[in-house]
Write a protein that binds this ligand. Structure first.
Ligand SMILES: [Zn+2]
Length: 663
């Protein structure tokens, strides 16, 4: 592990004083997933602040909840009165709920985020900077049969090694007791078994680089005993995956959503590391033993599931195991959480992560990747050994975490649901992607234009360059979508084009057949290949983007109007055929949507003058006298796919401002 410290970069942060440097080295820690993952770890710096009375108070700037080290900024470090924190440490007991209230009471800024649960521990260290991570290598060694002895051997007496204890007040108490007579100037760090490691110094860089140095020593030990890091292996998918695998995955996701009581996403990791883990003969035993650090059980639950070729029995088994685990460890006041696994080994095929939305799916995926690697290391060190299940349970059912669950806000309508949009790079398709994203959906954005792959820099979007008229490209794209999000719930079949105007007597075969191919046949193929996934989807529905030309065709638009009329008929038959399996199929007929690539200023000017209108009049030339935008069509698609139209299928809805020829 290398220090990422860069003097030039650091100088920029140092201009904001010691808090600035704290921000900098916290980001450096956050950049290395082998040190911290998603909100894990915390850091602090001690300083002084003048209050409104002109008095100077000693404060601890400590990571606030909801911040991630990788992206943390100064407002992510709430200032807390140091004296109050130290006084709290002298109490003999304090519930974590009371501790959190006290932490907020001790804030010098009431609108700052809630300080980390480990704030008291940070306050107890009499040096300015404190860095705390959950470094994989250190925790992995502690999760082996002689872990404690190995860590003592690696670090000698420069590092204090403390037994596992729940984070929060009792951990602070433990450190308080253990360091009463310690010479802080000689101590280089503290290892918390099964949890993580702490370093500290009055100098920001030294504290950070000591973390790197101590963790590197653990990594060196591992690579000497175990060999090269499995992380060095290719993470890319390899081998073939069959159609039935993807269908099984989609069905698994639907059943998992039922266990969760809400739509969830699933991700299949087919990398060589994941596959080799899932192929271990004792994978069922290993996955049941416990997480890398108990902290992870909040995200992944303390054990995973095991799925066979058909993963459904594995899901049912997990539900039974989880309820039995709850019964064994729960007290009267605990409420059982959902029994949905957050991850599982799919025997010989890789691992599956499950999450309520894209963010949680990503967190689980990353933790699972690190955990499966650590388990394989731990096995080489003599056997993956984790804490007793009761400790894992205590973390999963920690009062602070349960309180968070109770206060969770309402989910956006499409959270946990997967929407596939074609023609997504521009116009109506792009507006649809944005509209579904805003409602929490995971969106697969397909377009012939490869820009679609990078347009949305969001974990919620999977952009795929795909020509919908090429059957193999469509099939591959669907497999990628299902592997990445777990299924397909909503199809917005939008890709199309408007051919050059041509009257029937001069229609050439190419224009005609290309229009039918793209504006009609490609929609059929996409629908056909999506059908098994839609049938396994959650409140599944299809929205076809038709055209006003269906009820009101125009001269010169034969190739387009005929294809779109066919599409309208295709939608009606699809509504009849798929209704039995709960898939709704509706069509929007937009007209005169001018904020798309086709309508340049020049074309607009030409068309407007053709009708003797100004451009503005031309844009609003409809019954309502209002301009129709891509976002209006997208709002229609969102509504049709949503619960407002739960009882509607086979509908043809105009989005045209009202057209005299249609009404
Ligand atoms: Zn921690």
């Amino acid at each position: 592990m290398q220090s990422l410290w860069n003097d030039e970069e650091a100088a920029g942060f140092a201009a904001q004083g010691s808090l600035g440097l704290r921000v900098y080295s916290s980001q450096l820690l956050g950049r290395d997933p082998d040190l911290v993952l998603h909100g894990g770890g915390n850091t602090s710096v001690k300083g002084r602040l003048e209050n409104v009375f002109g008095e100077t108070e000693e404060v601890l700037y400590v990571k606030g909840s909801g911040w991630d080290l990788q992206t943390i900024a100064a407002p992510g470090f709430p200032p807390v009165r140091l004296a109050h924190l130290k006084r709290l440490a002298s109490l003999s007991s304090l519930s974590d709920t009371d501790m959190m209230r006290e932490l907020r009471l001790a804030l010098l800024n009431p609108s700052a985020p809630t300080p980390s649960v480990e704030a008291i521990l940070h306050a107890l260290v009499p040096l300015r900077y404190v860095d705390h991570t959950h470094a994989d290598a250190v925790v992995t060694i502690s999760n082996s049969p002689n872990g404690e002895a190995i860590l003592r051997e690696i670090y000698g007496d420069e590092v204090l090694v403390l037994p596992y204890i729940m984070p929060g007040f009792i951990l602070a108490k433990q450190v308080h007791e253990a360091t009463r007579d310690v010479d802080w100037r000689r101590l280089r760090g503290i290892v918390l078994l099964h949890h993580g490691i702490i370093t500290f110094d009055d100098d920001c860089r030294i504290s950070y680089e000591r973390m790197i140095e101590l963790v590197s020593r653990a990594e060196d030990y591992l690579s000497a005993r175990v060999g090269a890091s499995p992380a060095g292996e290719s993470r890319s998918a390899n081998g073939t995956a069959s159609d039935p695998d993807y269908r099984h995955l989609a069905t698994l996701r639907r059943q998992a959503s039922a266990l969760m009581g809400a739509a969830v996403l699933a991700r299949w990791d087919r990398s060589s590391t994941a596959k080799s883990f899932s192929a271990l003969p004792d994978v069922a035993d290993l996955i049941a033993r416990g997480p890398l650090t108990p902290d992870h059980s909040i995200h992944t639950k303390p054990f995973g599931a095991v799925f066979g070729d058909d993963p459904l029995p594995g899901l049912e088994q997990y539900q039974r195991d989880y309820l039995a685990y709850f019964k064994r460890h729960a007290k009267d006041y605990h409420t059982c959480l959902d029994p949905m696994p957050r991850f599982g080994a799919w025997l010989g095929k890789g691992t599956i992560a499950l999450g309520a939305d894209c963010k949680r799916l990503q967190i689980v995926s990353d933790i699972v990747e690190h955990t499966t690697r650590a388990i394989q290391w731990g096995e080489s060190l003599g056997g993956w050994t984790t804490l007793p299940k009761q400790d894992q349970f205590d973390l999963e059912y920690w009062e602070l975490e349960q309180a968070k669950l109770r206060s969770s806000q309402t989910r956006p309508e499409f959270a946990g649901r997967v929407v596939l949009v074609t023609g997504a790079a521009s116009g109506i398709g792009k507006a649809c992607v944005d509209a579904f994203l805003a409602q929490g959906a995971a969106v697969a954005a397909l377009d012939r234009n490869p820009e679609v792959e990078t347009r949305w820099r969001s974990a919620q979007v999977l952009g795929i360059a795909c020509d919908v008229t090429v059957a193999e490209q469509v099939r591959d794209a669907l497999h990628r979508v299902v592997g990445w999000f777990g299924g397909i719930d909503v199809l917005v079949s939008n890709a199309g084009s408007f051919p050059a105007s041509r009257r029937l007597e001069s229609m050439d075969d190419d224009t005609w057949s290309h229009s039918l191919e793209l504006n009609l046949t490609a929609h059929l193929r996409l629908l056909r290949d999506c059908t098994p996934f839609l049938q396994a989807g959650i409140d599944p529905s299809v929205v076809f983007i038709g055209s006003k030309n269906v009820p009101a065709p125009g001269p010169g638009a034969g190739a387009y109007s005929v294809a779109k009329a066919g599409l309208a008929q295709l939608a009606r038959v699809a509504a009849l055929e798929l209704g039995g399996s709960g898939v709704r199929v509706n069509t929007l007929h937009p007209n005169a949507v001018f904020d798309t690539g086709i309508w340049t200023d020049e074309v607009l000017q030409q068309r407007a003058s053709h009708y003797g209108l100004s451009v503005d009049e031309y844009k609003k030339h409809n019954v309502l006298g209002r301009q129709v935008r891509s976002s209006d069509v997208a709002a229609g698609a969102l509504a049709l796919a949503g619960s407002a139209f739960a009882c509607t299928t086979g509908a043809q809805v105009p989005v045209d401002g009202g057209n005299e020829r249609v009404i």
